[in-house]
Design a protein around this ligand. Structure first.
Ligand code: S3P
Length: 449
C-alpha cells in the first residue's frame, strides 16, 4: 500500500483582501485521459499544460508499466509514444495508483480487454473505495477479477483474451465507470454501448472522437446513449490541457468570502458537465463574472472574475445539477457557511464514496468551527451564519482527501479564528501549487512546525 509520507499539519489565518491573477493547474480529468489515450494511440502524443499532481504522475508511471514511453519534457510538456489499442504489455509489478480513483478505474478499463494480468493497489483512501462498480461491467467483456472483500483494492484483473462488446446501463452517475467501459470497448470487436441516465463529465467522449474513434451520443428516453465502435486505430494528438474548474473553485470561493477581494482566474474550462458550481454561486448572489468567453480545443473557456460578496444567500441546489459539480460540494459548503440562511444540497449520495465520505468529513469539521450542518444518506444542509459571523478555531481531519484539506484552508481565510487541518499533504494530488498560489493572492496559509 502506498502512502504520501508524514502528515503535514497546516493552518489558515484570516487574511486581508485577496487580489491578483490565479493561474490554476491543468484539468485533472483531462490530464489522466491524455496520458491513457496517448498510450493507446500509435505514434507520439504531445501534451502541454498537464497537471503534475501526484494522481496524474501515478497514471504516467502506470502507462510506462503497460509499455508506453512517457517522457516528461519539463514545464508541463509531456510526450507519450503509444502502443496502440490492444498493445498493452503485461506489467512486471503491482500498479500503485496512490490516491486516485480516476486513475485506477480508467486504467482497469483500458487493460480489461487485453490478454494480460495486472494487480492494482493504492493508499488507504483508495483501498477503501468501491471497485465493483467498474469490475462488474468489465466482467461482461470477459475480464476476471480477484480483490478484497467488498470489491476493494488490492485487486488483480485478468484481461479478456476474447473480449465481447457490451451494452451497459451505468447504475450510478459516474464518469469514471462510463469511461472505464468505453476504454474497455476500444479493444472489443463491434459496438459497445454505454447508457447514462444522468449526464456526467463528457471528456472521454470528446477526446475519443478527437483521437479518431467512431463514437456517437444520442439523447433518448433511456438517457444518453453512447455508442463506440471497437478496434479503431487511435491517432496521436497534440493536446493543450485547459485549466481545471475544480481547482479554480478554491481561489474563486475564497475571493467571495474574504472582504475586499477581487481575483481573476484565467482560462477556465466551462464545459456544462463541469460548471455547476459557478451557476450555483451566481444563484446565491456571488459577484462572479465570466470574461473573455471563447472556445479552446472544442471546449467553452472563460476568465472568471470573483469579487467579495457579503450578501450571498442560501439556496436549494437542484439535485439534477449534482453531477456537474460533484467535486465542488466541500468548498461550496464553506461558502454556504458565510451566506445568510440554509443551503440545501440533495441528490449527493456519491459524495459518500469519494476520497473520503465528504459529507461526513465536512459536516464534522464545519460543526467544530461553529456552523450547524444537517445530513441524511444522500443530502446535507448548511445553516449559513452570514459574513463575519463564522467563528473557526478548530483543527479538522482531512481523511487523506485533498479537497477536504483545501476547503478547510479556505474557511480559515475568512473565519474569525484560524482553522487547521491535521494533514495538508494530500493537496499535492491535485493542486500542488495551492499554498504558493493562494499566498500570492494574499492568503496566510502556514505549515505548522
Ligand atoms: C472524474 C469523475 C468523478 C469525479 C472525479 C473525476 C473523472 O468521479 O469525482 O474527481 O475524471 O472521470 P465519479 O466518476 O466517481 O463520479
Amino acid at each position: 500500500m502506498s502512502s504520501h509520507g508524514p502528515p503535514i499539519p497546516m493552518t489558515s489565518h484570516a487574511c486581508g483582501p485577496l487580489q491578483g491573477r490565479a493561474e490554476v493547474p491543468g484539468d485533472k480529468s483531462i490530464s489522466h485521459r491524455s496520458l491513457i489515450l496517448g498510450a493507446l494511440s500509435v505514434g507520439e502524443t504531445k501534451i502541454s499544460g498537464l497537471l503534475e499532481g501526484q494522481d496524474v504522475l501515478d497514471t504516467a508511471k502506470a502507462m510506462r508499466a503497460f509499455g508506453a514511453e512517457v517522457i516528461d519534457l519539463g514545464d508541463g510538456n509531456w510526450s507519450v509514444h503509444g502502443v496502440g489499442v490492444g498493445g498493452f504489455a503485461e506489467p512486471e509489478n503491482v500498479i500503485d495508483c496512490g490516491n486516485s480513483g480516476t486513475g485506477v478505474r480508467l486504467i482497469m478499463g483500458a487493460m480489461a480487454t487485453s490478454p494480460i494480468t495486472a494487480t492494482f493497489t493504492g493508499d488507504a483512501s483508495l483501498n477503501g473505495r468501491p471497485m465493483a462498480r467498474v469490475t462488474d461491467p468489465l466482467a461482461e467483456f470477459g475480464c476476471q477479477t480477484v480483490g478484497r472483500k467488498g470489491g476493494r483494492l488490492p485487486m488483480t484483473l485478468v484481461g479478456a483474451a476474447d473480449p465481447v462488446p457490451v451494452r451497459y446501463v451505468v447504475p450510478v452517475p459516474s464518469a469514471q465507470v462510463k469511461s472505464a467501459v468505453l476504454f474497455a470497448g476500444l479493444n472489443a470487436p463491434g459496438k459497445t454501448v454505454v447508457i447514462e441516465k444522468e449526464a456526467t463529465r463528457d471528456h472521454t467522449e470528446r477526446m475519443l472522437a478527437g483521437f479518431g474513434a467512431e463514437i456517437t451520443t444520442e439523447i433518448t428516453d433511456e438517457g444518453r446513449v453512447i455508442t463506440l465502435t471497437g478496434r479503431p486505430e487511435l491517432k496521436p494528438q497534440t493536446i493543450d490541457v485547459p485549466r481545471d474548474p475544480s481547482s479554480a473553485a478554491f481561489p474563486v470561493c475564497a475571493a467571495l468570502i474574504v472582504p475586499g477581494s477581487d481575483v481573476l482566474v484565467p482560462g477556465i474550462g466551462l464545459n456544462p458537465t463541469r460548471a455547476g458550481l459557478f451557476t450555483t454561486l451566481r444563484e446565491m448572489g456571488a459577484d462572479l463574472t465570466y470574461q473573455n468567453e471563447r472556445e479552446e480545443g472544442g471546449e467553452p473557456v472563460a476568465d472568471l472574475r470573483a469579487k467579495f460578496s457579503p450578501d450571498m444567500i442560501g439556496i436549494e441546489v437542484p439535485a439534477e445539477r449534482s453531477a456537474s459539480m460533484i467535486d465542488e460540494y466541500p468548498v461550496l459548503s464553506v461558502v454556504a457557511s458565510f451566506a445568510k440562511g440554509k443551503t440545501y444540497m440533495p441528490g449527493v449520495k456519491e459524495l459518500r464514496v469519494k476520497e473520503s465520505d465528504r459529507i461526513d468529513a465536512m459536516a464534522v469539521g464545519l460543526r467544530a468551527n461553529g456552523i450547524e450542518v444537517d445530513e441524511g444518506p444522500d443530502w446535507w444542509a448548511v445553516h449559513g451564519l452570514g459574513q463575519s459571523n463564522v467563528k473557526g478555531g478548530a483543527t479538522c481531519a482531512s481523511h487523506l482527501d485533498h479537497r477536504i484539506a483545501m476547503s478547510f484552508m479556505i474557511l480559515g481565510m475568512a473565519a474569525t479564528d484560524p482553522v487547521s487541518v491535521d494533514d495538508g499533504g494530500p493537496i499535492a494530488t491535485s493542486f500542488p501549487i495551492f499554498e504558493g498560489l493562494m499566498g500570492g493572492l494574499g492568503a496566510d496559509v502556514r505549515r505548522d512546525t
